[in-house]
Design a protein around this ligand. Structure first.
Ligand code: KIV
Ligand code: ZN
Length: 512
């Protein structure tokens, strides 16, 4: 057993399964770069066999990321495994992660296979994968609800076939900490060759216990890999949150006694990037990365912190990337200061031309907003015009009129494949009018299932960040837009969601 805890990030695979969170190849690449700066040990970049888009994203990440191991998920069949290995060819360190369900319920109702067939399939798949790559992870899906004797047989067999990591998912978030910890411990004690593989935990958050269960798997069960996502992103209530696991193990090193390879100062930038890319807003009271995580509101606490910081603070805000200097840049800041701040925030733009474009956008924003915060800069560099997205729809300009007692009107100019079009509509409010104006021209027929506005940096001078979730023909996508004018931010978010709806993605669900 080693004393290092391996951090396996699955934001780009399990996280992406959240409604509307599917990301483009470029978005995934940006996040992968940030995960590398964060120094995560393993990046699960996607599920290569699920779609051509996912294959290309895994391939692009494998070709670019050099330090972290790049992993692709695959079902337990030769085609999926070959696709995964093929996509990973360019990686310095690659891993194939293959899975098959082992609970009686999943085997009978979903797979319609007998336990003996599942055992055989698991063995064959790991054997096949080991012929292609040296690093093979095996997951018994719904492992926590599987029969212990059967699971031990499967795990023993796949280790014999060469599995190097065994991951035990609590797929439906049913576990409680003590029971899950003991489940892992029992497996490790009963599987005769358990010392030949690294044990990993993978917990979902349906009962709000994903982090606690994962920590119990580590402490009681002796697992040495945790699978997690930035901001706890994931289907339903999400996955185990990376920032919480990492800061728990670091802050309570006295208890866990484990080392981590993570550069915790990159946590906040990763959190913001994932939130702005996927449109999943971080709640203010979220541990570690929420806006209030280090804000002391009560007088007693403020007084205590001023006298001695550790009276009420168990972690330092700077250690997870919060900046002590809140006001970052302004109208008079030059290109060099802007470029340096980008570097400090861990943002890497592709070329000098991209920096110039981002700087021009920064100047435009600084003309309208006297203080520019880190959040503004991060919103700006995730803007589609800076991220090279070749999108069908692009925002140009908007005017709207609203007055008490009158029905609001909006008129918008936007591009459709580079051609400017103008459209107008009225609506219940200016936001509604601007969205109706877009829809009057586009006629997507999509249903809006979520609309949310968030002030990026807290005051009325702040940029509004809007998330729009659209649903059409069974597809769900999130669009994000930021602007000091929330009607403009809303229109940008709507166009961004329409762009995502346009990109065809025939995906195979990982747990389908
Ligand atoms: O939750 C789960 O079971 C999974 C597996 C595919 C590893 O994500
Ligand atoms: Zn999962």
């Amino acid at each position: 057993m080693t004393d290092k805890l391996i951090i396996f990030d699955t934001t780009l695979r399990d996280g992406e399964q959240s409604p509307g969170a599917s990301m483009t190849k470029d978005e995934k690449l940006r996040i992968a770069r940030q995960l590398e700066r964060l120094k995560v040990d393993v990046i699960e970049a996607g599920f290569a066999a699920s779609s051509n888009g996912d294959f290309e994203a895994v391939q692009a990440i494998a070709n670019v990321i050099k330090d972290s191991t790049i992993c692709s998920l695959s079902r337990a069949n030769d085609r999926d495994i070959s696709r995964a290995a093929e996509a990973l060819k360019g990686a310095n360190h690659s891993r194939v992660h293959t899975f098959i369900a082992t609970s009686a319920l999943h085997m009978e109702k979903k797979l319609r296979m007998t336990p003996e067939q599942v055992l055989e399939q698991a063995k064959l798949s790991v054997r096949f994968a080991r012929n292609l790559v040296a690093d093979v992870e095996f997951s018994p899906e719904d492992g926590y609800r599987s029969d212990m004797d059967f699971l031990c047989r499967v795990l023993e067999a796949v280790i014999k076939e060469g599995a190097t990591t065994l991951n035990i998912p609590d797929t439906v978030g049913y576990a409680v900490p003590e029971l899950y910890g003991n489940f892992i411990k029992t497996l490790r004690e009963r599987v005769p060759n358990s010392d030949k593989a690294i044990w990993s935990v993978h917990c979902h958050n349906d009962l709000g216990m994903a982090v606690a269960n994962s920590l119990a798997g580590v402490k009681i069960g002796g697992a040495r890999q945790v699978e997690c996502t930035i901001n706890g992103l994931g289907e339903r209530a999400g996955n185990c949150s990376l920032e919480e696991i990492v800061m728990a193990v670091k802050t309570r090193r006295d208890y866990f006694g484990l080392d981590l390879g993570i550069d915790t100062k990159q946590i906040l930038a990763a959190s913001r990037l994932v939130s702005q890319t996927t449109g999943f807003v971080v709640q203010p009271n979220k541990a570690v990365v929420g806006a209030n995580a280090f804000a002391h509101a009560s007088g007693i606490h403020q007084d205590g912190v001023l006298k001695a910081r550790d009276t009420y603070e168990i972690m330092r805000a700077e250690d997870v990337g919060w900046s002590t200097n809140k006001i970052v840049l302004g109208k008079l800041s030059g290109r060099n200061a802007f470029k340096q701040r980008l570097q400090e925030l861990g943002v890497q733009l592709e070329s000098e031309a991209d920096i110039n474009l981002a700087f021009a956008k920064f100047k435009e924003l600084a003309d309208r907003k006297s203080e520019i915060f880190d959040e503004d800069i991060l919103a700006l560099v995730t803007d589609e015009s800076v991220t090279h997205a070749q999108e069908q729809y692009g925002f140009v300009s908007l005017s709207q009129h609203s007055e008490t007692g009158e029905r609001p009107q909006a008129s918008i100019v936007f591009t459709v494949n580079g051609q400017e079009v103008k459209s107008a509509s009225d609506g219940n409010g200016p936001v509604d009018a601007s969205m109706k104006a877009i829809e009057a021209h586009v006629k997507s027929g999509a249903e809006m299932v979520l609309y949310s506005v968030n002030a990026i940096s807290g005051s009325t001078e702040s940029q509004g960040e809007v998330t729009v979730r659209l649903q059409n023909s069974g597809r769900v996508v999130n669009g994000v837009g930021a602007d000091p004018d929330i009607v403009v931010a809303s229109a940008k978010a709507y166009l961004s969601a329409l762009n995502k709806l346009q990109s065809k993605a025939d995906r195979v669900a990982a747990q389908g």
